[in-house]
Design a protein around this ligand. Structure first.
Ligand code: PLP
Length: 317
């Protein structure tokens, strides 16, 4: 069996399902390790001189655009390019042919309906509502350095309100933040388990948890919101290039994309021939910013915004 090392940015359940699918369908014995998006970027950077990773699969594509910018990825034109939806075509072009879009998903937040009732609080409907003092210590947002979800939130707020207003907003939101966990799915999982009232997350993540029976109400914020394009790339200098190309071809195929729904995931797939998971949020019904992936995925801009977040919001020098 061919060997392959994959760093996986999607939910654990999908990482495991894909490992099994490529073992059966491609006869590839893949090591599939789940990490948050920013942590994968750091690892690929650290391994630059001697890459141990062949494929970076999943997680928000902005960090893969940054990696392409930094010369860490191998250009590859998958055979399924003709079947991709237009937003995935645009993403592929933006990456200079180094990274392909695999799914899209809108950002939002979700609250625990049992806790809201117990505490007699008003349900939040807008980003601005999250500043209300009644939610003090009751909101989680991941750390945007490690989490692609939280970086999408940071870039979304900048695009919605302008940069200085967005940082003022995040500063005030900080008073209500209970924790900044490293993983992007932690806030909504903590809301599902009643450990926090509100979690800022991708809406499809919250849908998966609600389908599992957790008491969550999902909010597409009234001011509008941003979205991610999840991506896949081959690392420059990958030691298993043939298996890496076969893996990328598979995850972009309609069959490979169906493994997401099979593992309970609700992202919108990028292959026009892949069926939409039945619970996938209808992103055409959500008020969406015209998300500028070129700017917010550029190495300079992403690094600058993260630095500003650390110093102004977290007080990290
Ligand atoms: N989980 C799901 C379901 C996602 O769609 C994404 C983004 O691509 C992530 C996790 C990303 O994780 P993190 O925010 O920890 O980088």
């Amino acid at each position: 069996m061919a060997r392959l090392n994959v760093l996986c940015g999607v939910d654990e359940a999908w990482c495991s399902a894909m490992k099994e699918a490529v073992r059966i369908r491609l006869r590839i014995d893949a090591t599939v390790t789940r990490e948050s998006t920013g942590d994968i970027l750091d690892q690929v950077r650290r391994e630059k001189a001697d890459p141990q990773t062949d494929v970076w699969w999943g997680g928000t594509g902005d960090a893969q655009l940054q990696a392409a910018d930094e010369g860490l990825l191998q250009a590859y034109q998958p055979p399924s390019s003709a079947a991709m939806l237009p937003w995935a075509d645009n993403f592929f072009d933006l990456s200079g042919g180094h990274s392909a879009g695999i799914y899209a998903g809108a950002l939002g937040f979700a609250y625990n309906t049992d806790l809201l009732k117990q505490r007699g609080l008003k349900p939040p409907a807008c980003w601005k509502d999250l500043l209300d003092g009644t939610y003090a210590g009751a909101i989680e947002l991941a750390d945007p350095n490690s989490s692609g979800t939280a970086y999408t939130a940071l870039a979304t707020l900048v695009q919605l309100f302008g940069e200085d207003e967005a940082f003022k907003y995040l500063g005030r939101l900080g008073a209500n933040i209970r924790a900044y966990p490293s993983s992007g799915s932690a806030p909504v999982k903590d809301a599902a388990h009643g450990e926090t009232l509100i979690g800022i997350s991708f809406i499809h993540d919250a849908v998966t948890l609600r389908q599992a029976g957790y008491p969550l109400e999902i909010v597409a914020p009234c001011e509008g919101t941003g979205y991610e394009i999840g991506a896949v790339s081959i690392v420059k200098g990958a030691k298993n290039p043939e298996a890496a190309r076969a893996f990328v071809d598979f995850v972009l195929s309609a069959e490979g994309q169906a493994t997401g729904a099979g593992a309970g995931q609700n992202q919108v797939p990028s292959n026009a021939g892949a069926s939409l998971p039945p619970g996938a949020p209808d992103i055409s019904m959500i008020r969406m910013v015209d998300y500028d992936f070129a700017t917010f995925g550029s190495a300079d801009e992403r690094s600058r915004l993260l630095k500003r977040f650390d110093s102004e919001i977290r007080g990290i020098p």
